[in-house]
Design a protein around this ligand. Structure first.
Ligand code: CP
Length: 524
């Protein structure tokens, strides 16, 4: 069994820590074999099959990622094709899935895709795998995310991690790193929120002005992953702290992703994230700078006078790109990796823990606390948005009525105040109800923490306490709010939304990673 064969890499977390360490060990072996002139060892990495199809589809500009993958594919003596999207049937309105299904049908196994549409490789991995199965293609296509909008850049993360390890004697016990630059739009730094879990103890200093600050969801994820995170508005302020990291990772201002308002301030913003000569003597000993590149020839945030200094870690980092990608292709093609056996199993997501049945009669419940006569037959949804402001609760109950299809039924809703002064919403409906598992799931997703009472002949027959479900999908009225996401209606790709529960009880889009509250996942 080869654990890597046929695996896609859509986000860095698709490869576990031990899988990445195995990959890095193979990169070390390959680099050594090449340096030593050990051709037998070097050739043991090659796919060596002129019919093995590798497709590059770059819908955004690139030099390093595209060319290192091209050189990696040539190393493998595989069939490399570059799709020219400009004169493809994308221009006739063809969808991503139809396009890539077609290319799979021509015996292409690995697709390397860069796009401004976020989550596209995850979607294609699902769709094209089904296509390959129903057409008996005999292989599972692999999708590699070469950068999707401002979401992730997992192969850059691989080569970054490899470079940090190589420069740090392969030590995975501790990493202190400063992330400097456009942390808002930069996808390479977003991949670090999961990627840096490779180290046992991680300290991350985020250096960016407020307009380019790391999105809150990634900061939260870093903290959930146990990182110590500190934020600074500029390099100048950071140096004053006297607690600087020995690794600085710069990322360029992503002008192409900025809105007009930020673009107008670009000179001022750039100043706070550009290194200057006068800063040199304030750096700790053995500091090294990294950069995914490109750097701007007029406004480099790492000035060129640093190229000839020991600070320069970015050139070796760039060179490592090709070796890392050679090994990645060797693994997912199944050429190498047979000897890898995972020691740690990924935690399975259980689907049951979001619904708790409370035995009727176990706790005496007054079905309706105020306002109307007791119900004989019906449902009462209680504890809606407990603790929120009355107007916010009322607004959310309008959405819930639609989500639960309650508008045409007899009943009512109100906001109630408890003895502790907090507010909660209550909805009741009259009639006989036999709610399905799917309907209860919708209720749990739209109002986690609420209780559902099903009343028959004046008695509570079923009482259910709900929590956020670990997964929610397969509903037409769910939608990710990120309009750059493949599953957002504005992309017209007809991808059903899917959300996964986060450790802090929010919902993350399974495609683009945007984090939502339970109030945001249903179409408004
Ligand atoms: N680091 C990186 O992604 O560079 P390119 O945009 O040149 O591929």
């Amino acid at each position: 069994m080869n654990y890597f064969k046929g695996r896609s890499l859509c986000v860095i977390d698709d490869f576990s820590k031990e899988e990445r360490l195995y990959l890095f060990e193979k990169v070390r072996e390959l680099k050594k074999a090449i340096a030593d002139g050990d051709t037998e060892k070097r050739d043991s990495f090659r796919i060596n099959d002129p019919d093995f199809g590798i497709y590059e589809v770059f819908l955004e500009d690139s030099t390093r990622t595209k060319e290192s993958f091209r050189n990696a594919a040539e190393f493998h003596h595989a069939k490399l094709t570059e799709m020219s999207a400009d004169n493809s049937s994308f221009n006739k309105g063809e969808s991503f899935s139809d396009t890539f299904n077609t290319l799979c049908g021509y015996n292409n196994r690995i697709f390397i895709i860069r796009s401004k549409v976020e989550g596209v490789t995850r979607h294609l991995d699902e769709e094209c795998t089904k296509y390959a199965e129903r057409n008996n293609l005999g292989f599972k296509p692999v999708f590699i995310n070469a950068g999707d909008g401002k979401h992730e850049h997992p192969t850059q993360e691989l080569l970054d991690e490899y470079s940090f390890l190589e420069d740090n004697n392969w030590d995975t016990s501790y990493l202190h790193i400063a992330l400097v630059g456009d942390l808002y739009h930069g996808r390479t730094v977003h991949s670090k929120a999961d990627g840096l879990t490779l180290w046992s103890k991680v300290k991350v200093d985020l250096i960016a002005p407020q307009e380019l600050a790391m999105p809150e969801a990634y900061v939260t994820k870093m903290r959930e992953n146990g990182f110590e995170v500190t934020e600074y508005p500029s390099i100048e302020e950071y140096l004053k702290s006297g607690k600087c990291a020995d690794k600085w990772y710069f990322t360029r201002p992503q002008l192409e992703r900025m809105g007009e308002k930020i673009l107008q301030k670009q000179d001022e913003l750039r100043k706070s994230i550009t290194f200057r000569k006068e800063f040199m003597d304030k750096l700790p000993q053995n500091t090294r700078f990294y950069h995914p590149l490109p750097r701007h020839k007029v406004h480099p945030t790492i000035p060129t006078f640093l190229d000839e200094t020991p600070l320069n870690g970015w050139e070796k980092q760039s060179i490592n790109g090709m070796y890392t990608r050679i090994v990645l292709l060797a693994l997912v093609s199944g050429r190498i990796g047979d000897d890898f056996v995972p020691q740690i199993r990924k935690k399975e997501v259980k689907d049951e823990d979001w619904i708790v049945e409370v035995k009727p009669g176990e706790k005496k419940t007054r079905v309706i606390s105020e306002g109307v006569n007791p119900i004989r037959n019906g449902i009462v949804i209680d504890h809606i948005c407990r603790g929120e402001k009355p107007e916010e609760i009322r607004r959310h109950m309008i959405l819930m009525r639609r989500v639960m299809n309650l508008d045409s039924l007899k009943g009512g809703e109100w906001v109630s105040q408890g003895s502790d002064g907090s507010y909660k919403g209550i909805i009741f409906r009259i009639g006989h109800f036999d709610l399905s598992h799917k309907e209860i799931k919708r209720l749990a997703a739209s109002a986690p923490g609420c209780t559902l009472n099903i009343i028959e002949d004046g008695e509570v027959k079923r009482k259910i306490r709900t929590h956020i479900p670990p997964r929610i999908y397969n509903f037409d009225d769910l939608m990710c709010t990120n309009d750059a996401c493949i599953s957002n209606d504005s992309q017209n790709e007809h991808v059903g939304s899917m959300f996964l529960r986060t450790p802090d009880n929010r919902f993350v889009c399974a495609y683009c990673g945007r984090v939502h509250t339970f109030k945001e996942i249903f179409k408004h």
